[in-house]
Design a binder for this molecule. Structure first.
Ligand SMILES: NC(=O)c1ccc[n+]([C@@H]2O[C@H](COP(=O)([O-])OP(=O)(O)OC[C@H]3O[C@@H](n4cnc5c(N)ncnc54)[C@H](OP(=O)(O)O)[C@@H]3O)[C@@H](O)[C@H]2O)c1
Length: 280
């Protein structure tokens, strides 16, 4: 099988390509240099020439707060860009895997979010990612939609890197403790995505490392592992000024993955330890 990965210069796309190569699956990673996903003609020309059996669409506008100030650009990349990739997949009869987010939910549910819970995004990024999901579902039958949360990987900026930087600068760091979710390590997730892509077990999935924590607990684990002495001051969402509203509950049920025979990802604590071993 031949797989094309968009967003290959980003956190997730980079590790998806690594995993495909590791398994000797023929693949190509694409970024803006190859084609801009919002340019249908350019995307069509490139993808039709490579003619993949599957596209893993990791390319996205991911600046959650900035999206509130530039909604048109966010829409263009996450909705029009995704629609373009879906149309091309349809034309060449390729499977499509669309990576989505916990931010499609409003976070008001008491328990974990199931794959068929009704989305209700609270910010521009979440709204456009949901519209991307809708476009994929409208245009294709052979699709996987995989909602993930709190991503960290070696290739790009993320919460772990931000905390390590702040840990060098400050003795006390304010971190939100009333938003809970599951960190997702791109290396672990990529293994799952590459397990899924050759199958025909299409549909919507939730995936993340096992276990849940708040951002403050996540930060404490990072400093425990790195042995950097920093005090984490637990603050509430209300006290943390940010442009975009974020869900308080981002806990995603992984039951569908289990039902369909895909393995669990390791615990988030184990993932953070391995990640920090590789970046420090
Ligand atoms: N990061 C998270 O915490 C998180 C959480 C839940 C879901 N997700 C989803 O997971 C997926 C991967 O996220 P990530 O963290 O790996 O994102 P990322 O590091 O921001 O990477 C996204 C990539 O998409 C590329 N891209 C953006 N606009 C493009 C365009 N018009 N044409 C071609 N490429 C374009 C970016 O290129 P440039 O660098 O050149 O802009 C970047 O390399 C995304 O679908 C995201 O929505 C992420």
């Amino acid at each position: 099988m031949k797989v094309l990965v968009t967003g290959a210069n980003g956190q997730l796309g980079y590790d998806v390509i690594n995993e495909l190569r590791h398994r000797n699956i023929k693949c190509i990673g694409t970024g803006r240099q190859q084609f801009d996903i919002t340019d249908y003609a350019a995307a069509e020309q490139f993808i039709e020439y490579y003619l993949p059996d599957a596209v893993i669409h990791c390319g996205a506008y991911t600046a959650v707060d900035r999206a509130e100030d530039e909604p048109e650009l966010c829409y263009k990349v996450n909705v029009i860009g995704t629609e373009n990739i879906a149309k091309i997949c349809k034309k060449i009869n390729a499977k499509m895997m669309y990576i989505s987010t916990d931010y499609v939910f409003d976070g008001t549910k008491e328990g974990v979010y199931e794959v068929d819970d009704i989305p209700n995004p609270q910010n521009m990024y979440g709204k456009t990612k949901l519209e991307g999901e809708v476009a994929v579902q409208r245009l294709l039958n052979k699709y996987f939609i995989v909602r993930i949360s709190w991503v960290f990987g070696s290739n790009g900026n993320n919460f772990v890197k931000t905390m390590l930087r702040l840990g060098q600068e400050k003795e006390v760091i304010d971190v939100v403790s009333d938003q809970v979710g599951s960190p997702t390590y791109t290396v672990d997730l990529s293994k799952l995505l590459v397990d899924m892509i050759p199958t025909d077990k299409y549909g919507i999935y939730h995936a993340a490392n096992e276990g849940v924590c708040s951002w403050a607990e996540f930060a404490e684990k990072i400093f425990e592992i790195s042995k950097i002495k920093v005090k984490i001051n637990h603050i509430s969402t209300k006290e943390y000024l940010s442009k975009a509203k974020r869900p308080k509950n981002s806990r995603l049920s992984k039951e569908k993955l289990m039902e369909l025979g895909f393995g669990k990802l390791p615990s988030w604590e184990n993932a953070v330890a391995r990640y920090m071993d590789s970046v420090i």
